[in-house]
Design a protein around this ligand. Structure first.
Ligand code: SAH
Ligand code: SF4
Length: 370
């Protein structure tokens, strides 16, 4: 499922692909670097600004590429901690990009850890039962340029917020691919986008600070393990046995744990980094101590970090988060074995709270007014 716009976003071009396009227009290869510098170092918002390019070349670029594949339509901030950007694409599809500022103890918000959460698809095909993003299925994949442009929007938002103009992407600590969509279901565009984000001629953001979260597509995890750039991997596990996992994640029927876990181990070994196992705690579904004990074995075996996330209720879905006592018991059992575990409790900091919900509300409003 692809959307083919009249002009592709320029943010989807790599140094080589742009040089090849420019050659068609009779331009020397070094122009590609000049254009990319305008995009990523100087963050030009119009072709006219690119003053070291000739007028005819600027005209050719304007006719060939889209400079603004997304527009900010809504910005919702909660307690100065999460900042959700609702973006509208050229075909009116909506996606979400979220900035999370987690204050560090004793230093206040100015020195907070800043994470950006980006989307890779409009909707999602995986149909996890607890998730707002997947409720209406997959509408389409994002192009590489649409993925990259989310980060341009984030930098602009940051400029508007802070007096220090021209915020650099490097001022953020992490990028997590945990917004709407299953990133590995849109593999080629994802990899192309992250290559641009990582490249010295692109946004220059370190691969070790970029985490791809997946619901568990085994062939793509194996493929990712072979990639030269070492991104981090997070697996949405959410069930420590097939029986529990397949109750809430249909993908588990296609790729059960006995196939999934060896693929994750391969990734971890190839890149020499700990993988994160994400485990959302849902009352009465996966929060038993038996699940905790099984998760403990599994994480120890993979040398993985475990991230426990109390479930965020989604309007229209029956699931709930367990009580604090129950969350604590689950955590204590994991800690007994000296595992690396985190349990996120603070409201608003939660990346996952963002997952598709703002878009869903806006889509509903659109339907109501249509
Ligand atoms: N599709 C990918 C990445 C996007 S979802 C994946 O599934 O990993 C990012 C994370 O948010 C996943 O771990 C997902 O299971 C979790 N999530 C989805 N809905 C949630 C909710 N309502 N509360 C808490 N976590 C949720
Ligand atoms: Fe898709 Fe991830 Fe939501 Fe599952 S949790 S439906 S894979 S976005």
């Amino acid at each position: 499922m692809k959307f083919t716009p009249a002009r592709p976003p320029i943010h989807g071009e790599t140094l080589d692909s742009l040089a090849a396009r420019l050659a068609e227009a009779g331009e020397p290869a070094y122009r590609a670097r000049q254009v990319l510098e305008w995009l990523y170092k100087k963050r030009a918002t119009s072709w006219e600004q690119m003053t070291n390019l000739s007028r005819p070349l600027r005209g050719w670029l304007a006719d060939t590429f889209d400079l603004e594949p997304s527009a900010l339509v809504l910005n919702r901030q909660s307690e100065d901690v999460t900042d959700k950007l609702l973006l509208e694409l050229r075909d009116r599809s909506l996606i979400e990009t979220v900035i999370i500022r987690a204050p560090q103890e004793g230093v206040g918000l100015d020195h907070s850890r800043k994470t950006i959460c980006i989307s890779t698809q409009v909707g999602c095909a995986m149909g996890c039962r607890f998730c707002a993003s997947g409720l209406a299925g997959l509408k389409r994949d994002l192009s590489a340029g649409e993925i990259v442009h989310q980060l341009i929007q984030v930098c602009r938002r940051e400029d508007a917020r802070t007096p220090r103009a021209h915020a650099e992407l490097a001022s953020f600590d992490n990028i997590v691919v945990m917004g709407m969509g299953e990133p590995l279901h849109n593999y080629d565009s994802l990899l192309r986008a992250l290559t641009i984000v990582n490249a010295e001629w692109g946004l220059g953001f370190g691969a070790r600070r970029i985490t791809i979260s997946t619901s568990g597509l085994v062939p793509q995890i194996r493929r990712l393990a072979e990639e030269p750039i070492g991104f981090r991997l997070a697996l949405s596990l959410h069930g420590a046995t097939n029986a529990v996992r397949e109750q809430i994640m249909p993908v588990n029927r296609r790729w059960p744990l006995e196939e999934l876990l060896p693929a994750v181990r391969l990734f971890s070994e190839k890149h020499g980094r700990m993988v994160t196992l994400e485990f959302i705690l849902i009352e009465g579904i996966n929060d038993s101590l038996d699940q905790a004990a099984k998760l403990r074995e599994l994480a120890a075996d993979l040398h993985a970090h475990v991230n426990l996330i109390p479930y965020n209720a989604v309007e229209g879905l029956p699931w709930k988060r367990p009580s604090l006592t129950r969350q604590q018991k689950f955590l204590d059992l994991l800690l007994e074995r000296g595992l690396s575990v985190t349990l996120r409790r603070e409201k608003g900091h939660d990346i996952n709270a963002a997952c598709g919900q703002l878009r869903l509300q806006t889509e509903k409003k659109r339907e109501a007014s249509a």
